[in-house]
Design a protein around this ligand. Sequence first.
Ligand SMILES: Nc1ncnc2c1ncn2[C@@H]1O[C@H](COP(=O)(O)OP(=O)(O)OP(=O)(O)O)[C@@H](O)[C@H]1O
Length: 657
Amino acid sequence: MRSRSTRGRCSSAPPRPRRAAAGPPRRGAAEGRRRLAASPRNGPAAPRGVRERSRALRNLPPFLVLVWRASPPLAASAVALRLVRAFLPILLLFVGKLIIDEVVRLAGLPNRPDSLANWLESGLADRLALLVAAEFALAIADDVFGRVVSYAEGTLSERVSIAASIRLMRHAATLDLATFEDAEFQNRLERARIQTTGRIPIIGQVAGQAQDLATLASFAAGLAAYSPWLVALLAVTLVPGFLGEAHFNNEAYALAHARTAERREIDYVRQTAAGVDAAKEVKIFALGAFLVERYRHLAERFFTSSRRIAGRRAAWGALFAAFGTLGYYAAYAFIVARALAGAITIGDLTFLAGSFRRLRALLDALLTGFSATAAQALYLEDLFSFFRVEASIRRPATDLLPFPEPMRDGFRFEGVGFRYPGSERWAVRDLSFDLRAGETIALVGENGAGKTTIVKLLARLYEPTEGRITLDGRDLGEYDADALRAHVGVIFQDFVRYSLTAAENIAVGRIEARNDRPRIRTAAVESLADEVVAKLPEGYDQMVGKRFVNGVELSGGEWQKLAIARAYMRDAAVLILDEPTASLDARAEAEVFARFRDLSRGRTSVLISHRFSSARLADRILVLGEGRVEAQGTHAELLRASGRYAELFELQARGYR
Ligand SMILES: Nc1ncnc2c1ncn2[C@@H]1O[C@H](COP(=O)(O)OP(=O)(O)OP(=O)(O)O)[C@@H](O)[C@H]1O
């Protein structure tokens, strides 16, 4: 099951590792897994080697498309300005050479004017003044263009980040619950989420490299005109540095990749220790010191590895840089010797030395920049490989059935068995029962019996591992899953408490009707949420939850009433409440059920409850035990049968006596 689903979902993912990627000691990762039972696995190892790295470069074109689409005018202006800037350095240097040659010429004139005023008056310095003005104008232009470019690219980066985040959220919405619950997927999602903002520098980097390349070509042409082999010498002395950079970039990525699970664990511990969600328990159980210690331990291990790479990188980098500098001074000595021999002018010397220095810096920047871009492209793989993850639930492209309106026969479970992804245990097995159209059934059973799992299968959040579920005689898989879910209103026991307004919390049941206040009010009245809203200072517009300023926290039962209203927001053909009244007081519970009965009349509904007083209101009760239907019938029939139902009912009834 696992390998099948993983293959299906992540078909174009990097290949699974035969051995661990460079960086993390495996024992450490294994320890991490043992410590937190639910700790996610690391997922596929980082791509290694030249082939994988060049494969990661394939993400550059789609990324550039993403950049272009984020804002064509901004992207076009950035490119144009970069190109113009590319040729400014050589122009500046050349004008500088002309200035020096002119100064040398003027200095050698007989009968030179003795003051600046006389120089200007004589007109002898006109050409020099013009050259200085030209250099000044070029310097100003360079500065202005530089700022405009960084403004354009900064704005573009923000747009790209927004576009990537939107694409990420949209894509995540197309994936299945089973995919989300997979720890490997969660690692992948985490990496992708980081990349929506983390890869922004690559825009400036690629653009900067294109600019540097153009500048380099201009300098190389100038230098090659004097001595082509000097250019070759420069390139050769820089190669070791380039290879070193490439190697360390790759290692750093491999580490970051392999440590995704641990990074998530670190974030989890930090969030638990310093987040509002667990604050209550952290205080009561005095978990602060324990969590800080765990954080310190995890963080230390994480950062020791990155420090090690940084240290080696610095040492080798210094060595390679010294080699490059050696090449530079050898060439410099050659040019000076030529000037001394009178083969070139002083202006030529400054031009060549300047060109040479710039060329060296450019070559260095380009080579290491290329390696950095390749490294960034490795991270892009995180983003784009997420976009390639596909939903695991089969969706035949065509001929999807619409939801039957009205339902004729209802749902039928035929020998259904289900194992959660990654689990060897059957959550439910050999399930065969009918949920007839218009009928209300109750699912009862002890914890872990499989009640919620049945509901998830019914809503097609998962597909049965074996057997099949039909709706009006057709396999559930033949229906359009979105249409199916649109007609099924489920409120899960672990419903989400959204940090939104009270009205929006109800409207999530039918988000397109979020501005339909009368509808929201009606749903609130039906679920008793209207009483909750009446007590809020800003009524329906009150922000609920404590996450944001002005938010008002609700009690468990009050949240539950808001959640139940979601079910009434949709005109669902099938209504499912999974332990909807666990937090409600006795009066509210009785009332909620009375209303549920009224509102579900004529609709197909499923009620999950541990309270028998509620379950007995159903037309039929299914008693589940260890993932199987143990018995079914009406309340009276099941009591007469003296099975588990009668036993549990008696236990509960005794508690009230
Ligand atoms: N997401 C999941 N991944 C793996 N196993 C799961 C998952 N959810 C539930 N299970 C397992 O499936 C079995 C059935 O769980 P289910 O939630 O359906 O029980 P339930 O009858 O609704 O229990 P309760 O009364 O406690 O709500 C349990 O053994 C549980 O451990």
